[in-house]
Design a protein around this ligand. Structure first.
Ligand SMILES: Nc1ncnc2c1ncn2[C@@H]1O[C@H](COP(=O)(O)OP(=O)(O)OP(=O)(O)O)[C@@H](O)[C@H]1O
Ligand SMILES: [Mg+2]
Length: 268
């Protein structure tokens, strides 16, 4: 990966505090976070529930302002809106039930004002790449959960993001489907050359897919470990049978166990 040392996105001293609402006190959800994402890398974020992962994604995408610190994407400050070149797939299934898979996939590209022939070319390419072409005319309710999630990913991919932010995209799927979707995500990452930031609660998924894994503390989430996996770019889910895979998940869990217990205790 020749360009892997180029910094594509950077966060410096980023925090996010949600203001007090109703009866509550302000919630310090995140940070301070310092992170440099390398162009083209596959970076996963794991951390206890509620530690601020989705908040991190929101501030990186410009969807929520940081309370302090700065975020830059390709050298320009991120604020107020999603920068051109960043694509987001949210934690919940955000497919539009009233649109077919095709029209869902075309949505963001049409919003961006691309001419219809360009939209069609991109949608057809993306849907066939994701194995959705036979279902182009189906509505989300007629698709499985995994297919709906693929529709959401396709919708984002059609805009050709250089940085793809994914928040638990396979959260609702069974283990086998997750592994296969992971393989698809790897293929897509190789094909597009995009940088991927994947939030996941699955340690296996993080260890399997990533070049680097950021392990977060309990809320307010900060990075307590950055793990380099050393996997080759050509890889797939068969990596789970390698001894290094077990060592990796062991190291990630060693950092997380304590944090997850803290998060549980704080919630009691
Ligand atoms: N809009 C909001 N207003 C107030 N507090 C919020 C808001 N969104 C999130 N929080 C709080 O910020 C903290 C971090 O939430 P966030 O959704 O970022 O966690 P997470 O790591 O993504 O959790 P999960 O793994 O369960 O998805 C939580 O304590 C949550 O209650
Ligand atoms: Mg979340």
């Amino acid at each position: 990966m020749g360009s892997s040392s180029t910094v594509q996105a950077s966060l410096s001293g980023v925090t996010r505090v949600y203001p007090a609402g109703g009866a509550g006190k302000p919630v310090h959800a995140l940070g301070p976070i310092d992170l440099e994402l390398r162009a083209g890398e596959f970076f996963s974020v794991v951390g206890p529930s509620g530690c601020g992962k989705s908040t991190l994604l929101d501030v990186m995408a410009g969807l929520a302002p940081p309370s302090s610190g700065t975020i830059a994407f390709e050298g320009k400050p991120v604020r107020g809106q999603v920068p051109d070149g960043i694509g987001v797939v949210f934690q919940e299934d955000a497919s539009f039930p009233w649109l077919t898979a095709y029209d869902n996939a075309a949505f963001a590209a049409r919003q961006a004002g691309l001419p219809e022939n360009e939209v069609r070319a991109r949608v057809e390419h993306t849907l066939s790449f994701m194995g959705l072409m036979p279902f182009a005319g189906a509505y989300p309710a007629q698709l499985s959960g995994g297919m709906r999630q693929r529709v959401c990913i396709a919708r984002t991919l059609v805009t050709r993001p250089r940085l793809l932010l994914l928040d638990e995209p396979f959260g609702a799927l069974d283990q086998q489907t997750r592994l296969l979707m992971g393989d698809e995500l790897l293929a897509l990452w190789r094909e597009t050359g995009a940088t991927v930031l994947l939030i996941t609660h699955s340690l296996d998924e993080a260890a399997l897919l990533s070049d680097r894994i950021g392990v977060m503390s309990a809320r307010p989430g900060t990075f307590i470990d950055l793990v380099e996996t050393g996997w080759p770019r050509e890889r797939d889910s068969r990596i789970v049978s390698r001894p290094e895979f077990g060592e990796l998940t062991g190291r990630i869990w060693a950092g997380l166990r304590d944090q997850s217990m803290r998060a549980l205790a704080a919630a009691r």
